[in-house]
Design a binder for this molecule. Structure first.
Ligand code: KG4
Ligand code: ZN
Length: 340
């Protein structure tokens, strides 16, 4: 089955052609238009600008993915597109365009939950993953831990009470004037550090419920910059800035992985999947590898280009879903729930 997958839930407009084979999905092409230059000056995504840009990009990314794969619309069996959750204006660009193309060409068309996409990004390298699996989805908008019994179901186990982990990276980069988006820049700075700064104190929850909190990190970084204003100007080459990035990254990786051993035991998990933009993080990847080895879990973290938002993960998830009998009445849904 040949599937064209489209994703535009936030600020990346991406399309990919994926061939679903008996051995799993094979990536035939992947095109992504970044909007970093547009949103960078604002330090975060501006929804209206993102939506307008997607409208300009959608035709080119579709055509680009088909050309790179050496395929035409007539060769496709199915179109898959992110239905939600996300920014509604952004979602609508690829949602409406793909619906129109599928209707005109008489192709199957499936709407995909964005997080099922992130899970299925792991299917490219680990098509035979052992279930049940713990699935840690970490991005600019999500910090959620799920239990999956297969590739198309996710049951929420715990999530952040406030900011997503990606937001802590992005806001830190902003306070240190490192640039946008912050995750890769903080990561590079942390890797260059000879020594970590003082560690960040993990949050304590009085109600004892399992969850995460990352908003305290923002305050923590702010206080350190107030104490030493030079940090905001010194740049990525400065040892103190590097040390601060390393402490932040170590804290985030350790906090994210902390619940994994306990939950793996409770749920009899056999694998750990980590996906979403923050899964590109070097420290999180190495800590996860060490942890998985220690507690005997198979580990599946997609290669970095498949961790961040992309059309390939949507195609891979869409290949496993059954098209609705009347798909044309479906609409994009900014708050789409899993299983809806
Ligand atoms: O999944 P994604 O592309 O989009 C969302 O759905 O949010 O994730 C983007 C997030 C941003 O917060 C970005 O800073 C973060 O992923 N990110 C990273 C790294 N690469 C991207 N965070 C930490 N380390 C990285 N290397
Ligand atoms: Zn995402």
């Amino acid at each position: 089955m040949l599937v064209l997958g489209l994703e535009s839930s936030c600020d990346d407009c991406s399309a990919a052609v994926v061939e679903e084979t008996v051995a799993g999905p094979v990536l035939r092409s992947l095109v992504r238009e970044s909007q970093d230059a547009i949103h960078g000056p604002f330090g975060g995504v501006v929804p209206e600008l993102a939506a307008r840009e997607h409208l300009l990009q959608v035709r080119a990314v579709m055509a680009g993915a088909l050309a790179q794969a050496g395929a035409g619309l007539k060769d496709l069996d199915r179109l898959a597109v992110t239905r939600g959750p996300g920014l509604v204006g952004s979602l609508l660009a690829t949602f409406s365009a793909s619906k129109a193309v599928a209707w005109r060409e008489g192709l199957d068309w499936v709407g995909v939950h964005h997080l099922l996409g992130h899970l299925n990004a792991a299917r490219f390298a680990s098509p035979d993953l052992a279930f049940p699996a713990l699935v840690l989805l970490v991005s600019g908008g999500h910090t959620h831990l799920y239990l999956a019994q297969d590739w198309i179901s996710l049951q929420l186990l715990q999530k952040t009470r406030d900011d997503a982990a990606g937001e802590a990276f992005d806001k830190t980069a902003r306070m240190l004037n490192l640039g946008y988006p912050g995750g890769p820049l903080v990561d590079a700075c942390a890797r260059a550090a000879k020594q970590a700064a003082d560690p960040f104190t993990p949050p304590k929850f009085r109600d004892g419920k399992a969850s995460w909190s990352f908003s305290g990190l923002k305050t923590g970084v702010k206080l350190r910059v107030e104490r030493d204003p030079r940090l905001a100007e010194a740049g990525a080459g400065d040892p103190s800035v590097q040390g601060l990035c390393r402490s932040l990254q170590e804290a985030i990786a350790a906090w994210l992985l902390k619940p994994v051993p306990g939950l793996a035991e409770i749920h009899g998990a056999r694998s750990l999947v980590i996906s979403g933009g923050v899964a590109c993080n070097s420290r999180l990847r190495s800590e996860a590898a060490a942890l998985a080895k220690r507690i005997g879990l198979a580990l599946a973290i997609p290669e970095p280009k498949l961790c961040t938002d992309n059309g390939a993960m949507i195609a891979a998830a869409g290949a496993l879903l059954t098209p609705e009998p009347d798909p044309w009445s479906q609409n994009a849904d900014a708050d789409l729930k899993l299983g809806a």
